[in-house]
Design a protein around this ligand. Structure first.
Ligand SMILES: C[C@H](O)[C@H](O)[C@H]1CNC2=NC(N)=NC(=O)C2=N1
Length: 114
């Protein structure tokens, strides 16, 4: 069984093989709050105000840059919705890979520090 603590220790790498539906379910169980929606993993993060919201976005940029795996972000006054998928898998059609869950676990760890 994969855990968030293990995922945080990993680094993203180039992958061409996506995860199966069964594997996606296992990884989703490790990152609380993330769901699969329209072929991406998605989570919403709430904040007190716009300053905190943007500080979170900047912290994500700092941490995630090292893994070259970037969330799609929808930023509003007190909420960030983050979405991850992997372009290179499934013959370039895109899908979900371990990299998405590594990045999700790192974003969660940033959120826990607020
Ligand atoms: C060439 C470069 O590494 C790729 O385009 C990276 C950049 N950031 C990325 N971010 C995300 N979320 N998925 C990707 O597949 C991805 N690919």
């Amino acid at each position: 069984m994969v855990t968030a603590a293990e995922l945080i220790q990993k680094k993203g790498r180039h992958l061409e093989q996506g995860l199966s539906d069964a594997e996606i379910s296992q990884y989703l169980a490790a990152v609380e709050g993330w769901t699969l929606q329209d072929g991406k993993i998605v989570r919403s993060f709430d904040f007190k105000n716009y300053y905190e919201t943007l500080a979170f976005v900047n912290a994500i940029a700092w941490v995630i840059h090292a893994d070259d795996h970037h969330p799609e972000l929808t930023v509003t006054y007190n909420r960030v919705v983050a979405r991850f998928d992997t372009h290179s898998v499934n013959g370039g059609k895109g899908g979900i890979s371990e990299n998405d869950f590594i990045a999700a676990a790192k974003v969660d760890a940033i959120y826990r520090q607020r």
